[in-house]
Each structure stands twice: as C-alpha cells, then as structure tokens.
Design a protein around this ligand. Structure first.
Ligand code: ADP
Length: 571
C-alpha cells in the first residue's frame, strides 16, 4: 500500500487566497494613498497659509511706509505756499529731491481743481505738471478733508501705482490744494513675478491689481456691477484694460482651479483699501508626495507580506508533509497488523486442527487398540469369535460411532430442510434412543410436557442432537449420585418454546457456561467425552435464533434451558 505524497495546495483554494490577498492589497494601498494625501494636503495648506502671510506682510509694509508722508508734506510752509503760488520752481526741485530720497515715483501738488501745480517729475517728458487729476477719487477724498488712498494705472505714465493724498490747508484751515504721492508698485510686482510662486491681490471690486502672473492682472474675480463699472471708468482707474473675468473656480475653501489646474488656496485681507491677498499652491505636489509615500510604504508592506506568506506556506507544507508521513506510517502499521492478524488466524486454525487431531487420535486410538486386542485374542482362540467378544466389539464400535457422530456435526449442514417441528416430537424421537441408557443408569425420569404441541421452525435431527447432548451430560453428572433424577420439561412462555433439562447431579463446581461450552473443555474420562457436546448444542440453538442458559439448581445439580422462538411467532 503506498500513499501519494501530495504537498501542493488545491488550485481553487490557492486562487481564492490570491484574490483575497489582492483585494487586501488594493484596499491597503488606496487607504494608504488617501490618508497620506489628506496628510500632505493639510501640510500644504499650512505651507500656503504661511507663505500667504509673508506676502501680505510685505505688501502691508510697502503700503504702510508712506501712509503719513502726504500728511507731513501738507504742513510744510513751502507746500502751503506752493498751493497759492503761480511759479513753483523751487517747490518742484524740493519735491524731486524728496521723491528720490523716499524712493517714490512721484510727489505732486494740485490746486482745488486737480490741476498739478508742482511735481517731482517736473523735468520728465511725462511730467504731471499741468495735468489735471480732478477726476481721481483720491483727489476728491483729500479735497473733502479725508486721506485719499487709491490704486490705479497712471493716467499720464500708464504705470500702475498706489496713490495717497492729503489736503493742503492755510493756517486758517482753508483747503487750498491737495498733495499726493505715487508709489510705484511695479517693483513689488516684478519681485513677485520672479519669486516663481502664485500670488495675487484683488481690490474691493474684485479686480486683480497685483499678480505674480502678469496675465492675470486686471481680471475680475467676480462680475462687476454697473455702478462699479461706472465708478472705475470715472476714476480712469484701470486705463483701457478690458477687465476680463478671471478663469477660476473655488471648489472648497482650500481648493481652487485656475483653467484646468488645481491649486491649494489660501487668502487673507490686506491692511488697506479692502484688498485681499490670494495665494495658490500647485496641488500636484501633494499628490506626488502621497504617491511616493504609498510606493515606499506599499513596497515595504508588500515585501513583508510576501515574506510572511512565504513563511506561512513553508510552515503549512512542512505540517502537511509531516501529517502525510504520519499517515503513511499509519497505513504501514495497519498493513502489518492485517498481516499479523492473518498469521494469527492461520496459526489458531492450525492449533485448533492440531488439538482436534490429537483429540480424535486419542479418542479413536483406545477403541482401535481394544478392537485389535479382542481380534488377537479371537485369533489365539482358533479364529473363533465367542458371543462375549462380539458384544465387546460391538460396544467398542458404538463408542467409535458416538465419536464420529459428534465430529460429523462439523461437516457442512448441507441442505437439511427446515420445517415446523414440535418439541414433543423431538423428545419422542430422542427417547427411543435414550430410553435404554436411562433405564440402565437407574435414573428416575420426570417429565413435565405441555399438552399442546410446542412448535418451532427448525431441523428435527439437529434439535434431537441438542436434547441427546443435554441428556447425556445429565446422565454423566448423575453417575455417582444415589437417587438420581432427570427432569425434562417442554412449555411455552411469552412467544418462546422452552426446553428444560435438570438433574440433581454433581453440578458445575463454580464454572460458568461460557467456560463449559468451550470446544474440548471436558471433565470426563477419555473415551467418555471430547468436550464438544455443549459447544455443538450452543451452536445449534443459535442456528434456531435461540439461546442456551445454564445455572446450578438448589439441589446442587444443573439446570439447562433452551429458548427458541415459537414457529407461530416467526410466521
Ligand atoms: P463432554 O460431555 O464431552 O465432556 P460437553 O461439552 O458436553 O463435553 O461438556 C463439557 C463439560 O461440562 C463436561 O465435561 C462437564 O464437566 C460439564 N457439564 C456438562 N453438563 C453438565 C451437567 N449436567 N452437570 C454437571 N456438569 C456438566
């Protein structure tokens, strides 16, 4: 017997394991990606906010620096005088030197109509002197006594700038003119352009006034109302710029898209003018960082997983191999046991055969040598056989018959027909055989026989053998008893036929039926019994679906009971 050692895992099981592993890997990798993306997004948002505050600060500082300069200048006597003078040559020079020192594009003085009386750029080809800026809101505000602040494209120069203005008053407080400065914002704009980041500033109306990307300049974040458009036109704030709509969309407070590109977005208010500073950070970086993290972590995780899976499969294979080796050992052991069993059976058969032949040889040996003795004696007596010798020979022959009859039982039953037999008939048949023996032994025979035939389904001859065996045993047990009694009873009880043989003989001496019905178990002298009677009896009873019981009775003798189902019960 050989077992095929199959250490492979079944294909379907392996396939489902692979599917589950792939599913786990996909879920793990995508969760890893999204978690790291949200982490890097929050990092980028923080970064955008910190960059934004930097830009806002630099813008605020630039604007703030010159907030008070016009107010200071307006108190200068030369300026106050200049507002009333017709020639301002000295003032022009003064303003030019101031402007240069302060790093301003221009400082200029206007009369009450907005006409520029003196300007720092009096010498430049595009001088303000002689121009009228009465239309500018900052002029109007200053004239009304407020500080004017304004961002716009220069009406004369075409350059964008931040204007601050203040009223010029006589010592009596009468407003005689307006002094204004123009701060060139193109420096800041250039610095932002060169910075390589994306930042822009929108004014109160939502028009982009400063931007790191010059293309975005003067585009509007939201649509302008008619009033807004009119005010812008009146103040000539953005020259001839068409003020197109800025192509952007805000998806969330922290994400916007400009054109097709998505950005992390942050914005804050500037200190002055109702301006807002906006900062955009390319969000591709967040995706790249998340992807990189996923690849690194995912790679490490995959390697670990693959290693763990490999180790597990190695362990499973080892366990499988071990269990298959055990199984093979078990099979081998089983085969050995089978062989040993067969050998045992063969040997016990041989032993039984040996015992039987010894028994048969022994049992038949005695009568044969007796016969030889009788025949020799007859020969010596001149070949004449006396009646006495013949009697002896016939006794020997009947003993031999007795032995061979018992042995015949062990030949196959053949086709002895089964029929309905009454136990009364069986007893009658047996009594014709046994009557003589019972009388000779001087045994008192008691019979308790049911009047109604007690019928069973069976073989008459074999049932007779049961009764003969049991009666012979009883007679043998009664041999040494003084008032020997043999009782036979036939009756019905609860659907069964009961045959009972009792004696007041020597009894069992503490032995059990099991022991007594072992083949070759006998207490009788050689020649009287082979120890097969009870085992044959038990076998026949079993053939008839019955059972044999035995126990010692109160007189010290034996009670044997045969119980067989009634034929009526079977039918
Ligand atoms: P055998 O009669 O040849 O000895 P049996 O198998 O018929 O063989 O009986 C086995 C043994 O059982 C007997 O030798 C005897 O010791 C015991 N036995 C059987 N019947 C009786 C009985 N009625 N009373 C006492 N002992 C008995």
């Amino acid at each position: 017997m050989s077992a095929e050692l199959d250490t492979t895992i079944p294909e379907t099981a392996r396939r489902s394991v692979v599917v589950v592993l792939i599913a786990i890997a996909v879920v793990a990798v995508s969760s890893l990606f999204f978690v790291s993306l949200s982490y890097f997004k929050s990092v980028e948002i923080e970064e955008a906010e910190s960059r934004l505050s930097l830009y806002a600060r630099s813008l605020n500082e630039t604007i703030e620096r010159f907030q008070h300069l016009p107010s200071v200048l307006s108190r200068y006597p030369i300026v106050i005088a200049g507002a009333a003078a017709t020639s301002n040559r000295r003032l022009n020079e003064q303003l030019a030197s101031f402007s240069e020192e302060a790093g301003l594009e221009a400082i200029y003085l206007m009369d009450r109509t907005g006409l520029v009386l003196a300007a720092s750029n009096f010498n430049a080809p595009q001088t303000f002197v002689g121009q009228n800026y009465g239309f500018r809101p900052y002029f109007k505000n200053a004239l009304e006594g407020e500080r004017g602040q304004f961002f716009g494209i220069g009406a004369t120069t075409g350059r964008p700038g931040y204007f601050v203005s203040e009223a010029v008053r006589t010592p009596l407080g009468e407003v005689t003119g307006v002094i204004a400065i123009k701060l060139d914002m193109s420096e800041l704009q250039k610095a932002w352009e060169e910075g390589g980041e994306r930042v822009f500033v929108s004014n109160r109306d939502g028009v982009i006034v400063l931007s790191s990307n010059p293309e975005w300049l003067y585009q509007t974040l939201s649509e302008l109302s008619a009033n807004q458009q009119a005010a812008i036109a009146a103040g000539k704030q953005f020259g001839n710029e068409p003020l197109l709509a800025f192509d952007w969309e805000q998806a969330s407070p922290t994400t916007v898209s400009v054109g097709d590109q998505e950005f992390i977005y942050a914005s804050t208010r500037a200190k002055r003018l109702g301006w807002n500073v906006h900062y955009l950070l390319d969000n591709r970086r967040g995706y790249e960082r998340a992807a990189l993290t996923t690849i690194i972590f995912g790679g490490v995780l995959s390697v670990l997983l693959a290693f763990a899976t490999f180790q597990r499969s190695v362990r499973i294979k080892a366990a499988l191999r071990a269990s298959q080796a055990d199984r093979a050992q078990l099979l081998a052991a089983n085969a050995e046991i089978n062989l040993a069993q067969k050998e045992l059976a063969r040997r016990s058969k041989l032993a039984a055969l040996g015992q039987l032949s010894a028994s048969v040889t022994h049992e038949l040996g005695q009568p044969i040598s007796a016969m030889r003795n009788y025949l020799t004696a007859a020969e010596l007596d001149g070949d004449r056989m006396s009646g006495k010798t013949l009697d002896k020979l016939s006794a020997v022959v009947s003993r031999m018959e007795n032995i061979t009859r018992q042995l015949r039982f062990f030949t196959k039953p053949g086709d002895e027909a089964l029929e309905i037999v009454s136990l009364q008939d069986v007893l009658a048949g047996v009594m014709t055989l046994m009557e003589h023996d019972v009388e000779e032994a001087q045994v008192h025979l008691e019979q308790d026989i049911a009047a109604r035939p007690v019928r069973v389904f069976g073989n008459r001859l074999r049932l007779e053998q049961v009764l003969v065996n049991l009666m012979r045993n009883a007679l043998a047990a009664l041999e040494t008893i003084e008032a020997p009694v043999l009782s036979v009873s036939i009756r019905e009880d609860a659907g069964r036929a009961i045959l009972r043989i009792s004696d007041n003989g020597i009894g069992f001496g503490g032995r059990e039926l099991q022991q007594m019905q072992e083949p070759f178990h006998t207490t009788r002298a050689s020649g009287d019994g082979m120890g097969l009677g009870l085992s044959i009896t038990a076998e026949i009873v079993k053939e008839h679906s019955g059972f044999l019981t035995a126990h010692q009775n109160e007189k010290g003798g034996a009670d044997f009971e045969v119980s067989i189902p009634l034929a009526e019960e079977i039918a």
